[in-house]
Design a protein around this ligand. Structure first.
Ligand code: BGC
Length: 742
């Protein structure tokens, strides 16, 4: 069912057609040296035009909507292949049935699960992001996909968003810097990355109804930069619309697609709808979405008889085109973009065959996981824990054994294996004795309902206390999971505190054993009233196939932690900007929502309002210690086209090798417009042996300090005094230097 016609035969027919005069409508167009030669964009565009000339209206329309859950039609008579897609963003999803969300029951589709994108963001290592994309792209290629539905770059606005774990944090500069190499890495395989969800899809609650109202400044300065970087620097080939509305119009067919994305940014790729985010033929035809996927129609679910024909961009579109109600130019533009996608992917003769589950992929997954783990607290050097005879470590908590790649929505994966934290610790600790008990049970992991726990929670509690008493050290492995109302697509979290009675359990354990460390598995910030009860806390995120090994790498000290938080942890929910403005700001009233915090998202809010976070953006400890000194800038006065070179010395003052992330923020002194105290404009990760030091630098473009000026609907660089702030966390600044822009 999956293969309507063989792709290889299609490719050969297509190449043949290209090399004959069939498509060479204009004789002055040079013949394509295909497949060996380079194909220039001028030639390609001419070819695409000639293809469009020979396609019937029916064939064109058929290319603009789904033919199954995850594919669109090709044109068999011309050898134009189908387009096959798969979720993303942390691994290639298992095969899904042709017409239903159920898995297709294949036995050869188990993959490598890479760490969740929050973890990738926490590495602050763009090079690693490139490796992530490349290795994941190889798996997508092996699985014969053309488009990988990821990465997601929606900004972290509230810790309640069920999908934050799939995104790259709260800062537009960090998200932009990390997304570009990921895209390039995926696309090196001839697989399109599909950056999602454009735009303002910052919560799951009422996601397909909520209307977002936000200022132009916040739109351009906070919510769009990562998409812009994906398009202009990452040269992404596909982009996904979102479910929500923006200023009263659904974002999948919203004026911003033509205006901002396709015109201002010059995006030449395909806009794919989110699954069932198209709501009108006319709007979809006019406002920028090129491929309609996942729409529920009357036939869907009850019959497979031609229900795809009822999609907004199927028969209704064809009818309107035929009647002349919609111009044929509209469908031609969509088809042109789809053909570009096909040339870049399935008709790219140079793409390799891909790989899956090879050692290198597992190695890379582990490296990203260990580099992204963040050490949050380490009283009395609680971590690392040495493996020694006579030591008993109690591992307590459901997350020590729970599968964290199942559930969570469309990002859920079927990995070949998933090393749990308990398995990872057991594999690493050969001398110490590891004892384990579940501690709490949360219930089954399902998409849109909560299946209650079946075990007796009181008995689990009593047992946990008994086990904790017997141990020298307790590692509590808890946090959230991938069930509904946790870190999961489809709805948001409902409480900020730890769920499933974990706080009570931690308090109980601490009364009998003070040597308590916490491995926190979440994709979101949680309330931490329990923090003083612990000696050490490690934020481990969701780490995929190699989770347990990566956790053991850090707990044992085989790897020195160097991850930094990609979003702020508030002490209490109301300290978060979106929540502090009440219901209209989050989660919205009567399906309308105003982003009242405006540009003050994340640390911008904490800094500017002088609210102390629990843990700040950019924060993360090491088993070593570092000193940043001799911070200098190359000039004191700059003009618009200059670059600011910030140099500094980093020394490793501890007693083991490690890495420090030096962060460079900039703030305007006495601005004429509203500004955050400071904004991240650059960073670098410096690796150092113990006792060594290094001079490093970060270079900024003065033009990147502009703000979005709503009076002229464009960017303005304000003249006057600014400050550069250099430190190793947004709330730990070593040096502040004044400069001016003339
Ligand atoms: C999600 C997308 C996903 C798509 C296909 C949607 O519900 O929002 O991110 O790619 O489903 O599974």
């Amino acid at each position: 069912m999956r293969v309507v016609f063989n792709k290889k035969i299609a490719l050969l027919i297509f190449i043949f057609c290209l090399q004959t005069s069939f498509f060479n409508a204009q004789d002055n167009i040079p013949k394509i040296q295909f497949p060996q030669g380079e194909i220039t964009s001028v030639v390609l565009e001419a070819k695409i035009d000639s293809i469009i000339n020979v396609l019937t209206l029916e064939e064109k329309v058929a290319m603009t909507h789904a033919q199954s859950k995850f594919s669109t039609k090709g044109v068999e008579r011309l050898g134009i292949p189908e387009v096959w897609m798969s979720d993303g963003p942390h691994g290639v999803r298992e095969e899904i049935s042709w017409d239903a969300w159920e898995n297709a029951g294949w036995t050869n589709d188990a993959i490598t699960a890479f760490p969740a994108l929050t973890c990738l963001a926490a590495t602050f290592n763009p090079e690693l992001s490139g490796e992530y994309g490349f290795n994941l792209g190889e798996e997508a290629r092996y699985r014969e996909k053309d488009v990988l539905l990821g990465p997601g770059v929606n900004i972290y606005r509230t810790p309640f968003n069920g999908r934050n774990f799939e995104y790259l944090g709260e800062d537009p500069f960090l998200a932009s810097t990390m997304v570009v190499p990921y895209i390039k890495g995926v696309q090196k395989n001839g697989i399109a990355a599909c950056v999602k969800h454009f735009a303002l899809n910052n919560q799951e609650h009422l996601r397909d109804k909520i209307n977002v109202e936000v200022s132009d400044r916040a739109l351009y300065e906070i919510y769009l930069p990562a998409f812009k970087a994906a398009v202009q620097e990452g040269k992404v080939w596909a982009l996904m619309g979102a479910y929500n509305k923006f200023r009263g119009q659904y974002t999948t067919h919203n004026k911003i697609l033509n205006k901002i994305l396709k015109t201002d940014w010059g995006y030449d790729g395909v806009v794919i709808s989110d699954w069932s985010s198209v709501h009108s033929t006319k709007e979809a035809a006019l406002y920028g979405v090129d491929m309609e996927m996942g729409t529920g129609t009357d036939g869907l679910g009850t019959t497979t008889n031609n229900h795809y024909q009822h999609y907004y961009l199927a028969n209704p579109f064809l009818k309107a085109l035929k009647k002349g109600e919609l111009s044929e130019d509209l469908v031609n533009d969509k088809v042109r973009r789809i053909l570009r996608l096909i040339y870049r992917t399935s008709l790219n003769p140079n793409r390799a065959l891909g790989k899956m589950n090879n050692k290198e992929h597992h190695k890379v997954a582990r490296k990203i996981a260990t580099e992204g783990i963040v050490l949050l607290k380490n009283e009395d050097n609680f971590f690392p824990i040495k493996d020694k005879k006579g030591l008993t470590i109690a591992v307590i908590g459901e997350n020590a054994t729970r599968n964290m790649t199942q559930g969570g929505g469309s990002s859920q994966l079927k990995p070949l294996f998933e090393v749990s934290p308990l398995e990872g610790l057991r594999a690493r600790y050969k001398n110490a004795k590891i004892i384990h008990t579940m501690g709490f049970e949360s219930g089954a992991s399902v998409y849109d309902e909560v299946v209650p726990a079946s075990l007796n929670q009181d008995s689990l509690y009593v047992k946990a206390i008994e086990v904790a008493k017997k141990a020298d050290i307790v590692l509590f492995v808890g946090g959230l999971n991938k069930s509904h109302h946790q870190d999961s697509e489809g709805d948001d979290r409902e409480v900020f505190a730890l769920p499933f009675g974990q706080e009570k359990l931690i308090n109980g354990i601490q009364e009998v054993n003070k040597n308590l460390g916490f491995l926190l598995l979440t994709g979101n910030a949680v309330e931490m009233n329990w923090l003083p009860k612990t000696k050490g806390v490690i934020q481990t995120w969701y780490l995929g196939s190699m989770a347990g090994h990566a956790i053991a790498d850090i707990v044992s000290g085989d790897v020195n932690p160097s991850g930094k938080l990609p979003f702020s942890f508030p002490k209490k929910l109301e300290d978060n900007a979106a929540h502090s403005f009440g219901k209209l700001s989050y989660p919205g009233i009567d399906e309308n929502q105003y982003y009242k915090e405006d540009i003050l998202v994340g640390y911008r809010w904490f800094d500017t309002r002088k609210i102390e976070p629990q843990f700040a953006f950019g924060y993360g400890l090491s088993y070593s210690s570092f000193k940043i000194s001799d911070v200098k800038i190359n000039q004191k006065k700059y003009s618009e086209n200059d670059k600011i070179k910030v140099t500094f010395n980093v020394s490793n003052t501890g007693n083991r090798e490690g890495a420090e992330v030096v962060q460079v923020y900039v703030g305007k002194y006495k601005s004429k417009v509203k500004r955050a105290l400071k904004e991240l404009k650059g960073f670098t990760k410096v690796n150092l042996e113990k006792g060594l030091q290094k001079t490093a630098s970060v270079t900024l473009n003065v033009s990147d300090l502009a703000y979005y000026n709503t009076e002229i609907s464009s960017w303005s660089l304000e003249k006057g005094t600014y400050y550069i702030y250099v430190g190793n966390a947004s709330n730990n600044i070593t040096k502040k230097i004044k400069f001016s822009i003339l």
